[in-house]
Design a protein around this ligand. Structure first.
Ligand code: FAD
Length: 556
């Protein structure tokens, strides 16, 4: 009989616990020890902001498992308040510090799994105002204890406009706290492109959030938070969600290879440069699904799947861990914001050719009550028609569409291929031409050359070069808000009034791009050189508004 494998796992939350439980299902005989520095294992870190906001009312529901429940069901030896201090890779042993007794012990392993997650990058050293991160159950205990003493005039500063930052903002606001959000970058949710992020920022402002972009917190004095632009605001508490970095200290000192992103390097089976050591989760470098480069993507789904992949490899049935698409979704004040793959700015920075498509469909059939506008953006490889990325902002149905796009990307379905997907339809859920089909039609028209488009940020240059801009919306729409010096010829009149347009290139636009496409088809069949303003007035308006330093050239 072979001796049971001893597997030690460092970190007992998403990646670590997925590895532990999967391994038990594959290997009943393995000795599996999980060391967790904190007091809890398997807690719902994604639910923490909602406990702060009072949406999740039971603290216990954040605690998905306990060492006892994991021992009973999975025969796992889970030791909380145990910190792994060092790895002796040559001896295949870890030094573990018992944070309760203060003693340190060496544990030998056959296989080691590092699932130590990410560590906070604190914004400043010391604060005169209670300052918290939002990463653990301890954190939310401290935050809720502080909030319990606040009155109706309470105010808070959130540092960092990433996913956790905006969730913190929303949930503090739910508690009636006035919030200032400080974001170092030009706009919140930096993976978005600016003309999409501005929609999020507008919603935050509409909800009374004081959004300060291009700003950092430099320190505090008494009850004042100081910003890099020299301003100050009073605050009762600060939530620092300014960012994380891979917690790769153990791996570094053990001499494991670190990837160019700063995360622990792993192969396709999650094995590190030491064949006995695996790594998963936020501390680990992922393989980017678009270009195969090493990237950091700190999402729970990947941590879980990669934990499973590590267990498979340890159990001798290796599976290739999925590369990272960066699929993500966040809700704030009724808005759903979702993304997958690369953004336009990332593609541009990498010098990678790309085609951009914006659409603004209804979430379901317009004749059925309650349809909400979705703002969709698709990034496409113009050579292969591959989908490179997508961003969607709206209400209901955003989650479904981003998951379809993520699935299409994984399956290698092209942008034009989206037009051919047979998706479920009844009027309360979608349209016979679902928003996914519609964006596929646009992609197909661009790929086949049936239409040509121009982006909102290319418009000024094209007009300076002599193109005439024709607004094919109704007179009422044109009067309600127009691009300066555009000629209004409603689509229905275009065939009869085309003679009014002087020779030379024409750009057409409507509200969202659809009537513009029809106009472009009419004009091109009359032999005119024509492009359609992609995403229409809505995208142009969002884009120009996002340029904080450039005044938009529209009259509202
Ligand atoms: P973690 O889950 O962070 O676990 C790492 C554990 O290792 C920690 O408990 C730590 O104490 C322990 N540890 C570290 N070093 C040692 C050591 N030396 N010895 C012993 N123990 C150690 N992702 C999503 O996909 N969707 C969401 O909606 C979402 N919301 C989030 C909201 C919040 C507030 C937070 C904080 C994260 C959220 N995430 C979300 C991210 C997601 O939680 C992480 O990607 C995921 O938890 C990473 O799993 P992990 O196992 O790598 O690390």
């Amino acid at each position: 009989m072979t001796e049971a494998l001893r597997v030690i796992i460092v970190g007992g939350v998403a990646g670590g616990m997925s590895a532990a439980t999967r391994l038990r299902r594959l290997d009943e005989s393995a000795e599996i020890i999980v060391f967790e520095r904190g007091p809890y294992v398997s807690f719902a870190n994604c639910g923490l902001p909602y406990y702060v906001g009072g949406v999740i009312t039971e603290r216990d529901s954040l605690l998905m498992q306990t060492p006892e429940s994991l021992a009973n069901r999975f025969r796992l030896d889970v030791r909380t308040r145990h910190e792994v201090l060092a790895i002796d890779a040559s001896a295949k042993a870890v030094i573990v510090h018992d944070l309760v007794s203060g003693s340190s012990t060496e544990f030998a392993y056959d296989r080691l799994v590092l699932a130590s997650g990410a560590a906070m990058s604190a914004s400043f050293e010391q604060a005169s105002i209670p300052t918290f991160s939002l990463r653990s159950v301890d954190d939310v205990d401290h935050i809720t204890a502080t909030m319990a003493h606040l009155d109706g005039q309470a105010s808070a500063v959130v540092i960092g406009g990433g996913f956790i930052g905006v969730e913190a903002v929303e949930n503090l606001a739910r508690r009636g706290i006035r919030v200032t959000l400080a974001q170092r970058g030009r706009h919140v949710l930096s993976p978005l492109d600016p003309e999409m992020a501005v929609l999020v920022q507008n919603r935050l402002v509409a909800e009374g959030v004081d959004v300060r972009t291009g700003t950092t917190v430099t320190g505090t004095v008494h009850d004042l938070v100081q910003f890099s632009d020299g301003t100050e605001v009073r605050a009762d508490l600060i939530i620092d969600a300014s960012g994380v970095h891979p917690d790769s200290g153990l791996a570094r000192t053990a001499g494991l290879r670190i990837g160019s992103s700063g995360g622990i390097w792993v192969d396709a089976t999650q094995r590190t440069s030491d064949p006995a050591i695996y790594a998963v989760g936020d501390g680990t470098e992922k393989t980017d699904a678009i270009d195969g480069s090493g990237v950091l993507v700190t999402m729970a789904g990947l941590a879980n799947r990669h934990g499973r992949a590590a267990a498979d490899a340890i159990a001798g049935v290796p599976t290739a861990a999925a590369p990272a698409l960066g699929t993500a979704i966040v809700g704030l004040f009724g808005l759903t914001v979702a993304m997958v793959g690369w953004s336009e700015k990332r593609l541009a920075a990498a010098g990678r050719p790309h085609r951009v498509i914006h659409t603004h469909p209804g979430s379901h059939a317009s004749y059925y009550p309650g349809a909400a506008t979705m703002h969709m953006k698709l990034l496409v490889d113009p050579l292969t028609d591959a989908i490179l990325g997508a961003q969607i902002i709206g209400g209901e149905g955003v989650d479904k569409r981003i998951d379809i796009l993520a699935t299409a990307m994984s399956a290698g379905i092209t942008a034009s291929g989206l037009s051919r997907l047979e998706l479920a339809y009844a009027p309360q859920y979608g349209s016979a031409k679902d928003p996914i089909n519609q964006i596929g039609y646009v992609a197909d028209n661009l790929a086949t050359g049936a239409t040509a488009s121009i982006q909102w940020h290319e418009l000024d240059d094209a007009r300076r070069a002599g193109a005439v801009l024709v607004d094919v919306r109704s007179r009422a729409e044109h009067a309600a808000g127009r691009i300066l010096e555009s000629i209004n010829i409603p689509l229905e009149e275009l065939r009869d009034r085309v003679w009014e347009l002087a020779d030379g290139p024409i750009i057409v636009h409507c509200q969202v791009g659809q009537r513009g496409h029809t106009a472009a088809r009419i004009l091109s069949q009359l032999g005119r050189s024509v492009t359609n303003l992609d995403g229409g007035y809505l995208t142009w308006h969002a884009g120009t508004t996002s340029r904080t330093s450039i005044q938009p050239t529209f009259i509202a």
